[in-house]
Design a protein around this ligand. Structure first.
Ligand SMILES: O=P(O)(O)OC[C@H]1O[C@H](O)[C@H](O)[C@@H](O)[C@@H]1O
Length: 543
């Protein structure tokens, strides 16, 4: 890449704004413009996004949009949607947006009709999930399936489990799903010990089908199944299906490729929920509601693809994140859904955002000279209020926070929901405007205690609301964050679609495994810390 965005005049303008910015307070921004709240609220599909409580002036927003133009954000969006190989380190297209294209759309990439491929797999998934849901699909002993155990990790786990939890109100009562990811055998034990193998279906999900955790769990699960069903190998075909891009490895494992649902190398693991990776979710909610989820994604995709940067919601939010991270020095970003259904959403976004943008070299291989990525974290409200909000309210750190809430509760305990949502609204207000010393003293507080009760305010938040958490709205929310992440990566000129940083630990784990287990193996050729920890483990395990 010839030119670095961080060397541009547009970048310097923002640095200049950042230097002056400590003097700006949200109290003044709202005081000087009574209509700020309405003006800085945008809609995208069914989502309403109020970004007025962010630490931005119109000058900063204009400068951020100019930075987006400088980074050729619009061209990069077009390149992604068209299937150009923007994942340069793996020489791949990045086409998760194609997974949610309607059947009538046209997209040919590298000579392949992508839409036809996507809908062929969706059709097979739909037929299979219908059979499992209706009970037509029988286990080895002739009983219907009651429990799906999804075995996968990273993108092959976090999306499905997050969406399954989020869409509890839409799932079949006949079937439950469980999710096994960790190679800690406790995970598999806890999820299977009370199950009947005769009514259990394992969905083994792995893009590569080489992931140690998933294959190890799947092997254990197969032994558990065979032991429970009398050892007949034929049982595997009725109780194991695979989701992967790697048919050969699936066959090697012993799963019939007739029972495999494929996807493609242009789907990154952390973007894969709308592919066959979402099979367990489709079984839970049915193919029609899964189609609504995809439709929700697509509505936000279309907005991101076509809207000018000034009114492009994911682009604006991504640029505002760049403002915080790179120019104002924020280190983290809180995700605070006021919905128990979204209790795994922050965990999901951790992989999406941190695996995508935790990079320190640009696309051209040069080291970045600024901060990239954010530590994403959070818990559903109001639990967080009674735990870590103190640090956001009165601590010294800059923590932009996203508040996500819904008007309708998805159940009929409505009055409690009103109280819940009043907390949701109160928090962003308290964070923005705080409470001054004068106000504290006017309330008659003791002089000594008064400074401790001051709330400085000026803590930025974005409020994202929708009428109800539906499958479509969930798709919209996920696509919103995918495109926010893309926007940030584009400005930083990094590759948001590879993940080389996770490789070294995997290699080292494979090297260390024999030292932990082989009788008499020497544990002396690593660093002194690792050597003594290996020794400790061997001694503790009597080896
Ligand atoms: O789906 P798999 O090939 O099993 O990969 C599962 C996960 O493992 C890797 O280590 C990657 O960092 C993730 O991006 C991926 O989602």
């Amino acid at each position: 890449m010839s030119e670095h965005v961080s060397d541009s005049a547009e970048w310097q303008v923002l640095q200049g704004h950042a230097e002056k910015f400590s003097a700006v307070h949200l109290r003044e921004l709202f005081g000087s413009e009574p209509g700020r709240g309405e003006r800085l609220t945008a809609t995208v599909a069914d989502l309403t996004v109020d970004y007025s409580k962010n630490l931005v002036t119109d000058e900063v927003l204009t400068a951020l949009i100019a930075l987006g133009e400088k980074a050729k954000l619009r061209e990069r969006i077009a390149a992604m949607f068209a299937g150009e190989h923007i994942n340069v380190t793996e020489d791949r297209a990045v086409l998760h947006t194609a997974l949610r294209l309607p059947r009538t759309a046209k997209l040919v990439v590298d000579g392949q009709d992508v839409v036809a491929d996507v809908h062929e797999v969706l059709g097979r998934m739909g037929a299979f999930s219908d059979k499992v849901r209706s009970g037509e699909w029988k286990g080895h002993t002739g009983q219907r399936i009651r429990t799906i155990v999804n075995i996968g990790i990273g993108g092959s786990d976090l999306g499905p489990v997050m969406a399954y939890e989020a869409l509890q109100a839409y799932k079949s009562r006949e079937i439950q799903c469980r999710f096994v990811s960790n190679i800690d055998p406790t995970d598999l034990h806890l999820k299977t010990h009370d199950l009947d193998p005769a009514t259990t279906l394992f969905v083994v999900v792995s893009k590569t089908f080489t992931t140690q955790e998933t294959l190890t769990n799947a092997k254990e699960a197969r032994s558990w199944l065979l032991q429970g069903l009398g050892g007949d190998q034929a049982a595997v075909a009725k109780h194991f299906v695979a989701v992967s891009t790697n048919a050969q490895k699936v066959a090697d494992f012993g799963i019939d490729t007739d029972n495999m649902f494929g996807f493609w190398d242009w789907v990154g693991g952390r973007y894969s929920l709308p592919s066959a990776v979402g099979l367990s979710v489709m079984i839970a909610i049915g193919k029609e509601q899964f189609a609504e989820l995809l439709g929700g994604y697509h509505a936000v995709d279309e907005h991101f693809r076509t809207a000018p940067l000034e009114s492009n919601v994911p682009a604006l939010l991504g640029l505002i994140n760049v403002w915080y991270d790179t120019f104002l020095g924020a280190q983290s970003h809180a995700i605070l859904p006021y919905s128990q259904y979204l209790h795994r959403f922050a965990a999901y976004l951790q992989q999406l955002t941190m695996e995508s943008n935790g990079k320190s070299v640009r696309l051209d291989g040069s080291p970045v000279s600024f901060q990239t990525g954010e530590v994403f974290w959070g818990e559903p409200g109001t639990n967080g209020q009674h735990a870590f909000y103190q640090l956001i309210h009165q601590g010294t750190k800059l923590i932009p926070a996203d508040f996500i809430g819904f008007a309708q509760p998805n159940h009929d305990i409505g009055e409690m929901h009103d109280l819940f949502m009043s907390n949701f609204l109160a928090q962003t207000r308290a964070l923005a405007f705080g409470r001054t010393l004068d106000e504290v003293e006017a309330e008659g507080a003791d002089k000594k205690v008064a400074p401790h009760r001051v709330m400085q305010g000026n803590h930025p938040t974005t409020t994202i609301v929708a009428e109800k958490l539906t499958p479509a709205v969930l798709g919209q929310l996920i696509a919103l964050y995918e495109h926010i992440t893309f926007t940030q990566g584009t400005v930083w000129q990094i590759n948001s679609f590879d993940q080389w940083g996770v490789e070294l630990g995997k290699v080292m784990a494979n090297q260390l495994a024999p030292k932990l287990t082989a009788p008499g193996a020497a544990a002396g050729d690593d660093d002194s810390s690792t050597n003594s920890l290996v020794q400790w483990y061997r001694t503790a395990r009597g080896r």
